[in-house]
Design a protein around this ligand. Structure first.
Ligand SMILES: Cc1ncc(COP(=O)(O)O)c(C=O)c1O
Length: 484
């Protein structure tokens, strides 16, 4: 049993935890180019840690009991509304993250249209999967529209063609996760408004950076509430506002639409449940940490962080193509860079492995439709100091990758995998596939995935998305085998 028979002392518990955590990718220092956001400000964490722990046990479920959270949320949301140039009367909600913000935008759009039996959401194929999730959870159809193959931006005419009388929401990204580009928001919002359809702009990852770029005089596309027809916007704080994880905002031009994002129930014998978010009981810790980060960093601090992020991003965009065999996809608008290769001797998945060996994490992104496979880099303020060392190691990694044998999986393995049926896949079939791919399930649950992932990534990429989803869900299920 994992629960000790007798409680252990504080130091022993924390030592154990520290040892477990030591093998994780570093969250600070700018060597992990996805999932984490590092301001590089040494004194920020202690401020946020203290704020989060002060509010850790405060229950955000009831703002009438813990009244200080009302002021904190109104100040945090008000700051983001100002940043995205929301008109007077606009409102918002503090949520637990980007996915929750996007899903609540979908729920709001659905509940604002009770006249439609089964609605749909029109979005570019590059939209974050949070919208696919929202549609699945809230019973809507998602219509994914192909993007321009050169720019990776949404195609307004194709988006218009996908809209009909049951379209409840149109979505654009500012910017997209995969390629870091901003969709043509003014064109798409105008088309949606012309048909009376709300338009959500997903600024979860790019909204904060684009706004600060604009403030410091760096030209950015039009995307925020100054664009007529934009009805809601999501902006995460736990990304480029560098706040503790569990922090995002969902902003509405019209309070009536926010009202449709809420859940209320008086139909039971307990307290009347009014939830502004999908969680009910929730720690106010992330809200307090976000408020504290805003106070501690301030406008001048955020402007400086944006300047550093921009400098690092531009350096990478300019200098990555100087490494023979690599090129940047599209023209990134914010701080996300996707790097691909057209050279048959440079396998970007092998390059990812080679950089990993050198102490970096670049995130492999699979080919999708006819968009090429690539490596994703989330550039943060702390990345600036790492640009030169990363570029040196990247050049070295490309040179090594050229000498490696092909990581492409054996055709028989691909054939066996592709023959699996996602609807009926059994645990045994999955175990057989793992064994065929040379992975020992016991080793995977114990020590994680192998350091070299190129072969597995190629195999997964070769599978249809539904089968890939099913296999990876089975894999995650395997990882979460309870310890008893
Ligand atoms: C554009 C975009 N939207 C939504 C999300 C989802 O955010 P989260 O991971 O905080 O749920 C992300 C995450 O990277 C994103 O890039």
């Amino acid at each position: 049993m994992s629960l000790p028979a007798h409680g252990r002392g504080r130091d022993e518990v924390l030592e154990d935890l520290t040892a477990r955590h030591s093998g994780d990718l570093p969250t600070h220092g700018g060597r992990t180019w996805a999932y984490v956001y590092d301001s590089g400000l040494a004194d920020l964490d202690p401020v946020m840690d203290a704020a989060r722990s002060m509010y850790a046990a405060v229950n955000g479920l009831d703002p009438t009991v813990f009244s200080s959270i009302v002021g904190l949320e109104n100040e945090v949301v008000g700051t983001v509304l100002d940043l995205v140039r929301a008109p007077e009367g606009a409102v918002g909600t503090f949520t637990s993250g980007g996915t929750e913000s996007c899903m609540l935008a979908v729920k709001a759009a659905r509940d604002a249209r009770p006249d439609v039996a089964r609605g749909n959401v029109v979005a570019p194929s590059t939209v974050h999967a949070a919208f696919v999730k929202g549609c699945e959870y809230f019973g809507l159809d998602i219509r994914l529209v192909e993007v321009d193959r050169q720019t990776f931006r949404a195609d307004p005419a194709a988006m218009a063609a996908a809209m009909d009388d049951s379209t409840m929401l149109v979505v654009c990204s500012a910017v997209s996760y995969a390629h870091g580009v901003c969709d043509p928001v003014p064109e798409i919002a105008a088309i949606a408004a012309g048909r009376g359809i709300p338009c959500h702009v997903d600024g979860c990852i790019g909204g904060w950076v684009l706004s600060w770029y604009r403030q410091i005089g760096i030209p950015v596309p039009e995307w925020d509430f100054t664009v007529e027809g934009v009805t809601s916007i999501s902006v995460d704080l736990h990304k480029y506002a560098y706040t503790s994880k569990g922090a995002s905002t969902l902003l509405f031009r019209d309070p009536a639409l926010r009202r449709a994002s809420y859940f209320s129930s008086a139909d039971w014998p307990g307290y009347v449940m009014i939830n502004t978010t999908m969680q009910s009981t929730k720690s106010a810790g992330p809200l307090a940490a976000a408020w504290a980060a805003f106070q501690h960093i301030g406008a001048d601090g955020y402007a400086d962080l944006a300047r550093r992020t921009h400098e690092a991003t531009q350096a990478l965009i300019t200098r990555i193509p100087e490494i023979a065999g690599l090129r940047v996809l599209g023209t990134p608008d914010a701080s996300l860079v996707a790097v691909t290769s057209d050279d048959p001797d440079v396998d970007v998945f092998a390059v990812a492995d080679e950089t990993r060996v050198r102490g970096w994490y670049l995130q492999p992104q699979f080919a999708y439709l006819d968009l090429p496979r690539n490596l994703h880099l989330t550039v943060t303020a702390a990345s600036l100091a790492n640009v030169d060392p990363l570029l040196a190691d990247l050049a070295d990694a490309v040179a090594s990758a050229r000498t490696l044998p092909s990581a492409a999986p054996a055709p028989e393995l691909v054939e066996v995998a592709r023959a699996l049926d996602p609807d009926t896949l059994t645990r045994e079939e999955f175990a057989g596939l793992l064994a065929f791919a040379g992975l020992d399930p016991a080793a995977v649950t114990g020590s994680g995935l192998p350091e070299r992932m190129a072969g597995i990534n190629h195999l997964l990429e070769a599978l249809p998305p539904r089968l890939r989803e099913r296999i990876l869900a089975e894999f995650i299920g395997l990882l979460y085998t309870p310890a008893r």
